[in-house]
Design a protein around this ligand. Structure first.
Ligand code: ADP
Ligand code: SF4
Length: 697
């Protein structure tokens, strides 16, 4: 297939100072959870983006000095020459595919506690660090300012030596000393680096000049700036100082990368924002500079990309998440394979990797982060050498991905789903408020399967053990999913709570199937959240929007605490407040009558009673393993039936994230004929010491 001419504009080369990008696809700096700690994996990840057609591929933030120490986060690090081999591996990997390598230099200022280096954080003024550690940053004196300028300069020189083509100065996400100096909130200096706008801009100007002088002959200089902090007058705004900064520095960099600050504003999930959500804030930038502009907004549609360029909002389509969900997005547009694009669903499971200090993962792309340690590729799976047919039972994310990837390997695959639609939990969850894009997990896989002649797909096909034995297909994957418990057992209450049965209990599954109608009783509803991620909050929102009086009870101190990792917690809590949900924190379940629920304070022995006609417990799930247990009971018959393996996948093996179910399905497809060595580490390991050994030898 060839490219649709209306997308030609996306493939024009664009000059960035002394370098030229081959097209307009730009992977902006994004964390990977790998960084300096897993350098082989980092290099392979970035190289994959270049292979997929991103003309510019950036690192995450690169700490320039031990006073900028984000430990335990796995960011890039450029403290001294010892960090160069790891970064040179990244640039080599990007250059191998003809793309430009960009590095985002950062001094994190008051954003760090320097837990590893134990050095005192540095800031424009004496302020408390913005992490929760009991740490203060000290006000920088003139010697510190001279040091800071030299550290940036040295880091830029090292970055050039490591082979980077574009060097970023980063003033975004409230995570950088350059933004801290700009900010009236953080900077109350009375010298020439504080007070007036020009004074607060001074350090930034000086460091731009220093960097230009040090590396500007061959490297492009990019500025990444937060043009709005969504804090109104107490922060930078796109009508106020955000615009003033771009205007004042307009022609100094070779490229402007503009976005919202902090990170939770910049990387909003689909539950709270749509494609192109940053445009109202960044659209002014091109009117005040002639330099190319890159911005983000979860662009996955090539039509939206073309529009953003034609309307003069952007020169480059910036992407973090769309490039994670589909590293090959540019190539697919270039080759006219629009239907093959694996669109980001905007769930932020990727950010949870960085926020929990582990290599990233993605709901849509199970191969991300596994490029080096498992040798997985987002587009290519080796064909099975002697493929034997497979039967996959269950058409949820695990079954769909297993069937899709098996079919891609050349395996004859039969996928049987008992229900009337594809997608399993995804089909149900994407009908919840704000989660419509999650249906893309199903849509992409069904679309890919539908063009494979070696895949047969059957709905309305609930299979029994007898059916499976009669079919005699050699490899059987059971992906029958899981069901929410209704007995209260979970994290807080490890054993079932018999008293729940004193009143009406409605399972989350019932609401997932029938919507708010599943809660038939009149009277107030209590949603008890012991799961701590999204489910309880979306169910509470659904019920409140349907006019029910909803109380949200959690043993935790806040609503949906795990959604901190997906950068959503604040928005989730705000949403529940706005739709009128009453929130009760730090309470466990203690007793029940028909219309009352006793709640126990988790710290003291105090009991509080709330009205409750219907309880919706969102606690734990149990695998739907009926079929597995029936088949297991007849294991002696497998060989005669021609069955060589039966394997459980996804939620049927252990309930978890949709991302985990997809990953499980992919893993199965990669290894379905292989005897697993249960004693071996199932992936390559790499650490920085090994990389250094390799470079030393
Ligand atoms: P996962 O997240 O692991 O993919 P889901 O719960 O999303 O799990 O999907 C499981 C799917 O399996 C559901 O669509 C369900 O209808 C289907 N299923 C369950 N039992 C059977 C069965 N015996 N035969 C066919 N399909 C089944
Ligand atoms: Fe997009 Fe979710 Fe993948 Fe992140 S994890 S890239 S938000 S699909």
């Amino acid at each position: 297939m060839s490219r649709d001419p209306r997308f030609d504009i996306l493939f024009e080369p664009v000059r960035i100072g002394p370098v030229t990008a081959r097209n307009r696809f730009y992977q902006v700096p994004h964390c990977s959870g790998m960084g300096y700690r897993y350098p082989n994996a980092e290099a392979q990840l970035r190289g994959m983006k270049a292979e997929g057609g991103w003309a510019v591929v950036s690192t995450q933030e690169a700490e320039i000095h031990p006073t900028s120490d984000l430990t335990p986060a796995n960011e890039a690090r450029l403290w001294d020459e010892g960090d160069l081999p790891a970064l040179a591996a990244v640039t080599d990997s990007i250059h191998a595919h003809g793309s430009l390598a960009a590095i985002q230099l950062v001094h994190n200022g008051l954003h760090v506690a320097n837990r590893f280096s134990r050095m005192i954080p540095l800031a424009p003024s004496h302020v408390i660090s913005d992490c929760l550690d009991p740490v203060q940053a000290r006000a920088m004196d003139k010697t510190d300012i001279a040091d800071m300028r030299r550290w940036y300069r040295n880091a830029a020189l090292r970055a050039k030596k490591a082979g980077f083509d574009i060097i970023y100065l980063y003033a975004g996400h409230d995570m950088s000393v350059l933004q801290h100096f700009l900010s009236r909130r953080h900077n109350d200096r009375t010298d020439e680096y504080g007070g007036s706008f020009e004074n607060r801009l001074r350090l930034f100007r000086e460091i731009i000049d220093d960097t230009r002088e040090a590396v500007g002959d061959s490297c492009a200089l990019a500025i990444r700036l937060a043009v709005d902090e969504l804090l109104g007058p107490s922060g930078i705004t796109c009508e106020g100082e955000g615009k003033d900064i771009v205007t004042a520095l307009a022609e100094l960099p070779d490229l402007w990368d503009v976005n919202l600050s902090g990170w939770s504003n910049d990387s909003q999930t689909a539950r709270f924002s749509g494609e192109g959500f940053q445009e109202p804030y960044i659209r002014f930038v091109k009117s005040v500079t002639t330099k190319p502009v890159v911005g983000v907004g979860r662009y996955t549609s090539p039509d939206s990309m073309v529009r953003a360029i034609r309307q003069g909002i952007l020169d480059f389509i910036g992407a973090a998440r769309p490039s994670i969900a589909d590293p090959y997005l540019p190539k697919k547009i270039e080759e006219g394979r629009i239907d093959d694009i694996r669109e980001c669903i905007g769930c932020n499971i990727c950010t949870s990797g960085d926020n929990t200090n582990v290599p990233m993962r993605c709901t849509q792309n199970p191969t991300i982060g596994e490029e080096w340690r498992k040798g997985w590729h987002p587009e290519i799976i080796p064909a099975a050498a002697a493929p034997e047919p497979a039967l996959v039972i269950g058409g949820g994310p695990a079954g769909l991905e297993a069937a899709r990837a098996l079919a891609q390997r050349g395996v004859d695959v039969l996928l049987a789903e008992g229900g009337s639609e594809w997608g399993g939990r995804v089909a149900r969850e994407c009908r919840l408020p704000g989660l419509a894009t999650w249906g893309r997990v199903r849509d992409w896989r069904v679309g890919q399967l539908s063009v494979r002649p070696n895949a047969e797909l059957y709905l309305h096909s609930p299979l029994s053990a007898e059916d499976v034995l009669q079919y005699g297909i050699p490899h059987v994957a059971i992906a029958t999913g899981a069901r929410w418990r209704t007995d209260g057992a979970g994290r807080t209450h490890r054993r079932p709570l018999a008293f729940l049965a004193e009143g009406a209990v409605v399972s989350p599954d019932a609401i997932l199937s029938a919507g708010a109608e599943a809660v038939s009783a009149d009277g107030p509803v209590v949603v008890f959240d012991d799961d701590c991620f999204y489910m309880a909050s979306v169910l509470a929102e659904l019920l409140a929007r349907a006019g029910r009086a909803v109380t949200f009870v959690t043993p935790e101190a806040q609503v949906s605490p795990w959604s901190q990792h997906t950068l959503e917690q604040g928005r989730v809590q705000k949403r529940l407040i706005e739709v009128g949900v009453r929130i009760v924190t730090a309470k466990a379940l203690a007793g029940r009558t028909k219309d009352r629920l006793d709640l126990a304070c988790i710290y003291s022995d105090r009991i509080e009673t709330v009205d409750c006609a219907t309880l919706v417990p969102v606690t734990a799930r149990l695998p739907d393993e009926t079929l597995w247990l029936e088949l297991k009971a007849r294991e002696a018959e497998w060989a005669d039936a021609g069955i060589r393996s039966v394997t459980r996948l996804g939620d049927c093996l252990a309930p978890g994230l949709i991302a985990a179910a997809v990953y499980s399905g992919h893993q199965y497809a990669c290894s379905y004929q292989t005897e697993i060595d249960r004693d071996a580490v199932p992936f390559r390991r790499g650490d920085i010491a090994r990389l250094y050994e390799r470079h030393a030898s």
